[in-house]
Design a protein around this ligand. Structure first.
Ligand code: PMV
Length: 326
């Protein structure tokens, strides 16, 4: 049997309505639906080469051979792909991120979206967008949102078949910008896979989940109406709710640094002054400032005044995962 290889690219995404907690950790079925925007400026490019001569999978990330838990996670993911195709064949995976590694930018969404597309193509599966989204979800929940284009909703579902993401609107629909303020790179974090398992230990998680459909409706309609004030209100509330759950879980997870709060405060002040901007944070201390593109230069100038900020990465809404020619 000949080598079969394929290459794909995918972007990470920033959630406006967050995913935190699973109803099923193995299948990565989330406790609530979520909404996100793909980030054009950042990407992961992955080549997968299946070869009948190989005895095991191998992984090179940013020119470095990886073993340990990273390889094990990829190996478990490729097992799902092998099972789907009915072929017991191993692969060499070569992957590269265009964003700085170790800068505290989560990369599992773009990583597993690109891997799902490249691996399924290379092994000869011809998956639909929904099937690809379901597959990417098994590697990292949020990766299912990096498969469709632009502004995306992940329907929580209650089984593998109905838990997938679909586009609400294409990337070009609304010219929002995400200015990502990296406030520290030395932070030790609890990864999201471990974090999801703790969500239900917070007494606040039940309230957060009970209100989730309302927030999803409010966010979806803000996007479709391009109503920035409405979007800002729900994005900040949702981020605060997720971090309240994190801070009250057992053990408690505190992702914020003092500089994080300083940036959050500044963003609220700017909005008070009429600048269309709001903040959201993932499982880390960096602040994503979502704004209208007309405000992006002003925000970057403001951030440049805060000398503790190590770097600002600016990104527009991005496309979904795509195959690349070899
Ligand atoms: O896909 P995971 O398991 O890395 O979880 C992502 C969790 C958050 O980034 C904190 C929220 C989200 O919806 O992206």
């Amino acid at each position: 049997m000949p080598d079969s290889k394929a290459t794909a690219i995918a972007h990470p995404n920033i959630a406006f309505i967050k995913y935190w907690g699973n109803r099923d950790d193995v299948l990565r079925l989330p406790s609530n639906g979520s909404i996100s925007m793909n980030l054009e400026g950042l990407s992961t490019k992955t080549e997968v080469k299946f070869n009948p001569q190989l005895r095991e999978d191998s992984l090179i990330l940013n020119h470095k051979k990886l073993g340990g838990p990273a390889l094990e996670r990829v190996y478990a993911f490729l097992d799902i792909v092998r099972k789907l195709s009915g072929r017991q064949i191993y692969a060499e995976i070569t992957s590269e991120n265009n964003f700085p590694t170790g800068a505290g930018m989560a990369s599992s969404a773009s990583a597993f979206a690109a891997l799902a597309l490249a691996a399924s193509n290379a092994i000869g599966l011809n998956l639909s967008e929904t099937e690809l989204s379901r597959l990417a979800r098994r590697g990292s929940g949020s990766a299912c949102r990096s498969i469709p284009d632009g502004f995306v909703e992940w329907y929580e579902g209650d089984k593998d078949e109905n838990s997938y993401a679909a586009s609400i609107a294409p990337a070009a629909f609304w010219d929002l910008v995400d200015c990502i303020a990296l406030v520290t790179t030395s932070h030790k974090e609890v990864g999201s896979t471990a974090g999801h398992r703790l969500a239900s230990t917070s007494p606040l998680q039940t309230a957060r989940l009970q209100d989730a459909y309302r927030r999803l409706d409010f966010c979806r309609s803000a996007i479709l109406k391009k109503d920035f004030q409405q979007l800002a209100e729900i994005i900040e509330l949702d981020s605060n709710l997720m971090h309240a759950v994190m801070m009250t879980s057992k053990p408690a997870l505190f992702y914020w640094e003092p500089q994080t709060i300083e940036v959050m405060r500044a963003v609220r002040n700017w909005r008070g002054q009429g600048i269309p901007a709001c903040y959201t944070l993932d499982a880390g201390p960096n602040v994503h400032i979502i704004c209208l593109s007309s405000a992006s230069d002003k925000i970057q100038r403001n951030l440049a005044q805060m000398n503790f900020i190590q770097q600002v990465i600016v990104s527009k809404p991005g496309a979904g995962a795509a195959s690349l020619p070899d």
